[in-house]
Design a protein. Structure first.
Length: 324
């Protein structure tokens, strides 16, 4: 935890001073994803610049079920910050159509995020140059895994996936922190527990949990399966014990099954419960068999096209938390 190294309140005070020194009296745009990192970064920057901050949530079509509505309600209720909702579903899914390579997906998503923010800055300001700063919830594992300083595990859309002709100067107050440290800062800022302890969600969203090509149908299938898994985990009061719970839809691999006495062909879904402290290493979460059985039964009976649920029991390393 950050409190074991430095005082959290001191970190908040020093960060606010650094942000004010960086941006002066300029207007600032913040990309809000719904996750704890961007929410804490936004709350920290708001403390520094107040009304000069405008948060933008881009609905990419790659979000979890109910995510846009939750962001719009929870974040505004907690902070009172200005929030603009942008519907970019058609743009993102159009450019991602037919793309199967995960690194290409990440770079497309990163580029489209920035282009969307640039367009929103032009719309919000009388002149494009009026908004020069973009806040991101980049954390230290993003930097490490994207190969900054050597090595490369994967390109995070907010690091290795950024376009070279970026039209903003970045404000990244959490860039040196791990997730547990970010949560400590969020609590110090008074953000609600539901927001601070929300499971980590990758910037590219379900775009990297639908393995292979993306379609609206496959995304909707995964969205429903993911919602069931998360709902059952919360009902079992294990959502704090599990660091992250990716649900993955495998590519066009059909498994055989039986429903109503007839042979079926459907898609397998993978459950990947994860326990970790900072996401640099991780283990698979030992969920009760009864809970796993309930999740499997619900997914296969309630989600059309899915007839098999499997469990990923691989640690990190050798695997990464996400499949792509």
């Amino acid at each position: 935890m950050i409190g074991d190294v430095i005082d959290v309140n001191q970190f908040v005070e020093e960060s606010i001073a650094a942000i004010r020194n960086q941006v002066g009296g300029a207007k600032v745009l913040c990309g809000l994803s719904g996750g704890v990192d961007s929410a804490v970064a936004a709350a920290l920057v708001q403390r520094a610049v107040g009304e000069n901050l405008t948060c933008v949530f881009v609905d990419t079509g790659l979000m979890r079920k109910g995510e846009p509505e939750a962001v719009e309600h929870d974040f505004v209720a907690a902070t009172g910050a200005k929030l603009v909702m942008v519907d970019a579903v058609d743009t993102f899914l159009g450019e991602l159509a037919g793309v199967t390579d995960p690194e290409t997906k990440r770079k497309i998503i990163g580029r489209l995020f920035i282009r969307t923010f640039e367009a929103e800055a032009r719309r919000l300001a009388a002149e494009a140059d009026d908004i020069k700063f973009l806040v991101q919830g980049t954390v230290y594992p993003d930097v490490l895994e994207s190969g900054i300083g050597g090595g490369n595990i994967k390109s995070h859309h907010n690091v290795g996936g950024l376009p070279e002709d970026l039209g903003f100067e970045l404000v990244e107050p959490l860039r040196t922190l791990y997730k547990d440290e970010v949560r400590a800062v969020g609590e110090a800022l008074g953000l609600p527990a539901a927001m601070v302890w929300r499971h980590p969600f990758p910037g590219p969203g379900l775009g990297i949990r639908v393995i292979g090509a993306l379609t609206r149908e496959r995304l909707d299938t995964l969205r429903e399966a993911d919602a069931i898994a998360r709902e059952e985990l919360v009902a079992a009061s294990l959502d704090r014990s599990i660091w992250q719970f990716p649900v993955v839809l495998l590519p066009e691999v059909h498994s055989t099954g039986v429903k109503d006495g007839e042979r079926t062909y459907g898609n397998p879904v993978v459950l990947r419960p994860i326990t970790s402290v900072n996401a640099m290493t991780a283990d698979w979460g030992r969920l009760p068999y009864e809970l796993l059985a309930r999740i499997s039964e619900r997914i296969t009976s309630e989600v059309p096209g899915v007839n098999r649920v499997v469990l990923d029991i691989t640690a990190k390393p050798p695997a990464t938390i996400e499949w792509e």
